[in-house]
Design a protein around this ligand. Structure first.
Ligand SMILES: [Zn+2]
Length: 323
């Protein structure tokens, strides 16, 4: 959708919105198809920045929206070219007379090259390279993006040695949508009885639901945020939760504890989800919270080598001992 604004910027030359963007963002010194002043915050900056994200998918909005025929400065091809019955003939208008044999030779060569050149009548138009008819559409770019691996190769999963490997693995697989959720099984033609979420009864489409958007899990995340003294967790995807500790204000060690708790929560949620699916054990947010706090305590205490960390301090998230 953001990329569409690139297309509209090029093709809706008379739009008031376009002239407004031009007035705000154009700088005479920088020549650029799509002007942007990075210092001006707002939606236009996001629209401009989408190019960078699309480069990962080998889509370059600079090159993929191309002019069919290029004109030089203000002069159009039609100004120089007259279409006769024997093909185009050219009427040059040089700023200075063509002097010297070099220039004359080059002009000769140019004329030879232009002999078979087909010129179409009409204005220049912008073309979207990825469609035969040259028309940009959101579905076209969506189709391109769907052929690209969804996982951004630049983001490396952050492990945490204060929790066991088996704990981190749940979050790691969830982030890649590699957990055997009901829908993932159904996609592999493995029969599932129903694909509703065992926590809330909604449709369990992806890992994202089980760990992020599910109402049941939301309750757990918000409880943990209060316990850890961090702002309410606003997450739109698994990655948002896995990076919550990065923006926390505590020391490096406190951030590592928060990250460990996040990983333990993924593990605990997945375990409860499986208990509910395979052993018919009713989920309980309180039980999950108790489990997360107590096992995270044992793991952090022994693995971070803070034997003096008491349960009382931990349950109040009073971690002065770690500083
Ligand atoms: Zn749910």
């Amino acid at each position: 959708m953001l990329a569409k604004w690139w297309w509209r910027f090029k093709t809706e030359k008379e739009g008031l919105w376009r002239r407004t963007i031009w007035a705000i963002h154009h700088r005479s010194r920088a020549w650029n198809d799509i002007p942007v002043k990075i210092s001006v915050a707002g939606p236009w900056k996001s629209i401009y920045s989408v190019r960078q994200s699309l480069l990962d998918a080998s889509i370059d909005l600079y090159q993929d929206i191309t002019a069919e025929e290029e004109s030089v400065k203000k002069c159009s091809v039609a100004d120089r070219c007259v279409l006769g019955s024997h093909g185009p003939s050219f009427s040059w208008a040089w700023a200075r007379p063509v002097l010297g044999s070099d220039a004359e030779n080059q002009l000769q060569m140019l004329s030879v090259m232009l002999q078979g050149f087909a010129v179409s009548a009409g204005n220049d138009v912008w073309k979207w390279r990825h469609e035969p008819d040259g028309k940009f559409s959101v579905s076209s770019i969506k189709k391109l993006l769907s052929t690209v691996n969804r996982i951004n190769p630049k983001r490396v999963f952050e492990w945490n040695n204060w929790v066991p490997k088996k704990v981190g693995i749940v979050a790691w697989r969830a982030e890649m949508e590699r957990l055997p959720t009901k829908c993932a099984l159904a996609r592999r033609s493995i029969p599932v009885q129903n694909n509703t979420c065992v926590f809330c009864g909604d449709y369990e489409k992806t890992c994202e639901h089980i760990f992020v958007s599910c109402q049941f899990v939301q309750t757990i995340w918000q409880n943990l945020a209060v316990w850890c003294g961090i702002p309410p967790i606003i997450a739109f995807g698994i990655n948002d939760i896995l990076t919550v500790h990065e923006s926390s204000s505590g020391s490096r060690k406190i951030r590592k504890v928060i990250h460990a708790i996040v990983l333990v929560t993924f593990w605990s949620m997945w375990k409860s989800r499986n208990d509910a699916v395979f052993r018919q054990i009713n989920p309980s947010a309180t039980r999950n919270l108790d489990e997360i706090k107590s096992v995270a305590y044992l793991w952090v205490k022994s693995r971070a080598k803070v034997a003096a960390l008491t349960w009382e301090d931990w349950s109040r998230f009073n971690l002065g001992i770690l500083r």
